[in-house]
Design a binder for this molecule. Structure first.
Ligand code: ATP
Ligand code: MG
Length: 729
């Protein structure tokens, strides 16, 4: 390919970066200025023009979704698959590295990854084994402590136990956790990076091999790397390699997880010869969106500071909607989306709903379901985290590695096979005593005949079952293994009989797991290691990020954190309320407040053509009713760019674009009361209708009374009268 094809679609500053001589380069630029585009073109440039072999390039980014997108774009530009090239997330690449060097790293070949939930359970098991009270030693806190240490590169032996009793105990728990983890052949997320780093540090031969191999290392979203990730990159780059880092300090949103935006400054000190390129033209958003985002972020005092401008027209104003409550908010957003799709020619996947916390997604999902609009959730409804999927995966893990205690505990009595807590205690006791896995303990006790006859029989059958399946684990037919296993261990049957009303869903999810396995087989070709192990690692790495299924053209729902780097023609930024966004945990702390504001900036700058911002005047969240004030961020947008979408009143009736209280919970069928309507009650005085439940004689509505607050009333007895409408302001 000719160099001009790579450079033509770029502006001058972008070209400078893409065609730079080998050497270290830092691109510091605002949202939508083409940083990711430059990175992709740079890879194409290296391969096509500089003739760097694909395996000599390492490109790392933040999410699996972004990594897939990056690979796709590179392949599209080059017109060839780039299987050998290392493109992925830090965790994904570290995993690939450890799979190739499991022996050098002292790992078992079948090592598995503990995701956040597995890790939490392991911490609980350790506490139990140590006979520590969870109330005094909260597992979440301990999990946080362990991860923090590992992210700082510290194993238990590096920590000073002499500080005080509390610290000493925490370190003791950390030590126990480490040995349980190692015994099971498991690595947690932080271990992936830490083990890689330790191996590179202790084995100069391996390090040298990778330093020679990776002449070019490219990093997207550099502002969100943490200390250990940065150390890993520096090590692999060595003296000779070229680092190409791309980032925006205004989009640093992982400080709470140890990301260090200071890495941007350190970079220039660590590599004094670094060439810095700034990109100032934004190609993504309209003038209004960009001006509002710039105005918002200007409120952050600690910034490196930069300009962003666009050639695009001002475009539509930013539309702000004050909803009565969260139900109204969801309905407004869904009706708008319906309008855009049905009347303005947008695809559903061009619409994104972005929220601060995963708990907010449920109502939007319900409204979308009701409106029969397909959607897709990222980071919310987590396919690989559903109970039935975790059960099936635990079986698969156990088949690959019977010493995996977490998997053993999870499925030994699911479905029920008469193995009770007492028997398990016996196994745990033996495992603790002899420092062996539960599986080994089971074998020991069976052999010694030390189990009561019934329990002994049940355990024996369980062991035989797993062994039987184990014979097939090297089979490359992943879908086949998965399907057979689900049947053989009785999971399918178990859920078929399940009475919680979700049995059918769960069976369908299990079927989907088989499909996922089948799709995975196709992608597997260039991967090292055994197919089952790689599949399980994939499941662990994807948990918490995407839904397993791809529904094609669906509305995109995701947290602001998972929206980083993406763009959508229409963006609905919802829940802009004090306490929710900025989050109550951050509002008081100036440093965290700045991070919340950056998160808002990230959200706004995802929008290409239109941005809607919404907040609710009352919200039920985590089981409590709140009456939040609008987010301070809203008042930081220039007022001239905002157009208020009016609620209430007749104007909204019959207009799908602005949202009708149609088939929803307060239908026009309920005695003519609408959400948001003002009403009078003989005893409580005047109030506003917030929501309703049920129908006919059991219908109840909730009214927020000026004097006494929100109350639920049975409609037939409530003696409510409508009050004449004032236009809402
Ligand atoms: P973010 O900070 O959000 O990650 P970014 O700086 O990585 O943004 P990109 O996603 O690379 O920005 O680019 C934003 C949009 O602008 C994309 O749609 C991209 O294709 C387009 N774009 C970038 N540069 C140009 C250019 N020179 N000409 C036309 N379009 C461009
Ligand atoms: Mg980007």
């Amino acid at each position: 390919m000719d160099a001009s094809l790579i450079l033509d679609p770029l502006n001058d500053a972008q070209r400078t970066a893409v065609s730079a001589q080998a050497g270290n380069l830092l691109i510091l630029a605002g949202a939508g200025s083409g940083k990711t585009r430059v990175l992709v073109h740079r890879v194409a440039w290296l391969i096509q023009v500089e003739r760097v072999p694909a395996w000599g390039v390492l490109a790392v980014t933040f999410t699996n979704k972004a990594a897939r997108e990056m690979r796709r774009r590179i392949e599209e530009m080059l017109g060839i698959p780039i299987g050998g090239m290392w493109v992925g997330t830090f965790h994904g690449l570290a995993h690939r590295f450890l799979r190739a060097h499991w022996q050098d790293a002292g790992l078992s070949q079948q090592f598995q990854i503990l995701d956040a939930d597995d890790q939490f359970r392991l911490v609980k098991r350790v506490l139990k084994a140590m006979e520590l009270d969870e109330a005094r030693w909260p597992p979440r806190q301990i999990q946080g402590f362990i991860n923090k240490q590992k992210d700082a590169g510290l194993r238990p032996q590096h920590l000073d136990t002499g500080v005080d009793f509390f610290t000493e105990k925490m370190i003791g728990i950390y030590r126990e956790y480490e040995s349980a983890r190692a015994r099971g052949g498991l690595l947690d997320f932080a271990d992936l990076l830490l083990c890689s780093l330790e191996l590179l540090r202790t084995r100069p031969d391996i390090l040298q091999h990778y330093q020679r191999r990776f002449q070019h290392i490219l990093i997207d979203e550099f502002q969100d790397t943490n200390a250990i990730q940065y150390a890993w990159l520096r090590l692999i780059a060595g003296q000779e390699g070229s680092l190409f880092a791309v980032g925006d300090d205004d989009q640093s949103i992982y400080g709470w997880r140890g990301a260090r935006v200071e890495n941007i400054q350190s970079f220039q000190q660590d590599y004094p010869d670094t060439q810095v390129v700034r990109l100032e033209q934004n190609y993504r958003s309209t003038g209004n969106i960009l001006t509002a985002a710039n105005a918002l972020i200007a409120n952050n005092p600690s910034r490196l500071g930069k300009n962003l401008w666009t050639e695009d027209s001002d475009g539509e104003p930013i539309r702000r909607y004050a909803a009565f409550n969260e139900v109204d908010e969801a309905r407004f957003v869904v009706e708008r989306i319906r309008h855009f799709v049905e009347h303005e020619g947008y695809r559903r996947d061009e619409c994104a709903i972005l929220y601060r916390t995963t708990a907010q997604s449920r109502l939007f999902e319900e409204s979308l379901l009701q409106a029969r609009i397909p959607y897709r959730v990222y980071g919310g409804l987590r396919f690989f985290e559903r109970a039935e999927i975790r059960d099936a995966l635990a079986y698969l893990r156990l088949v690959g590695n019977p010493d995996d205690d977490g998997a053993f505990e999870r499925v030994v009595n699911t479905p029920t096979r008469g193995i009770g807590e007492r028997t398990l205690e016996l196994l745990r006791g033996r495992a603790r005593q002899s420092g062996i896995s539960l599986w080994q303990a089971a074998l020991d006790l069976i052999e010694a005949g030390e189990l009561p006859p019934r329990a002994g029989g049940a355990i024996q059958r369980f062991v035989a079952l797993i062994r039987e399946q184990g014979r097939s684990s090297l089979d490359p037919d992943l879908a086949g293994i998965t399907r057979r296993l689900i049947e053989a261990v009785g999971l399918a049957e178990f859920y078929r009989k399940n009475k919680d009303g979700k049995g059918q869903d769960r069976i369908e999810n299990l079927d989907q797991l088989v499909d996922t396995a089948a799709r995975f087989e196709l992608e597997l070709e260039d991967e090292e290691g055994d197919p089952l192990g790689t599949f399980l690692a994939h499941a662990a790495l994807e948990a918490g990020e995407t839904q397993g299924e791809d529904l094609g053209d669906g509305v995109q729902l995701m947290t602001l954190h998972s929206a980083k780097g993406l763009e959508f023609p229409l963006v609905f930024l919802v829940g802009l309320e004090e306490g929710l966004f900025p989050h109550s945990l951050s509002a008081e702390d100036p440093v965290r407040l700045e991070e919340e504001r950056r998160l808002c900036y990230v959200g706004m700058t995802r929008a290409m053509q239109q941005l809607f911002v919404t907040h609710a005047e009352s919200r039920r969240l985590y089981g409590r009713e709140e009456y939040p004030s609008p987010s301070r961020f809203l008042s930081e947008f220039p007022p001239s760019l905002i157009e208020e979408v009016r609620g209430g009143g007749i104007a909204r009736r019959g207009n799908p674009a602005t949202g009708v209280w149609g088939s929803g919970s307060v239908g026009s069928g309920i005695e003519g009361f609408r959400l948001g309507q003002r009403v009078r009650h003989p005893k409580f005085g005047e109030g506003v209708v917030l929501r309703s439940e049920g129908e006919g004689s059991s219908a109840r509505i909730q009214v927020n009374f000026a004097g006494v607050g929100a109350k639920w009333l049975v409609l037939t007895y409530a003696r409510l009268e409508p009050v004449s409408e004032h236009p809402r302001t």
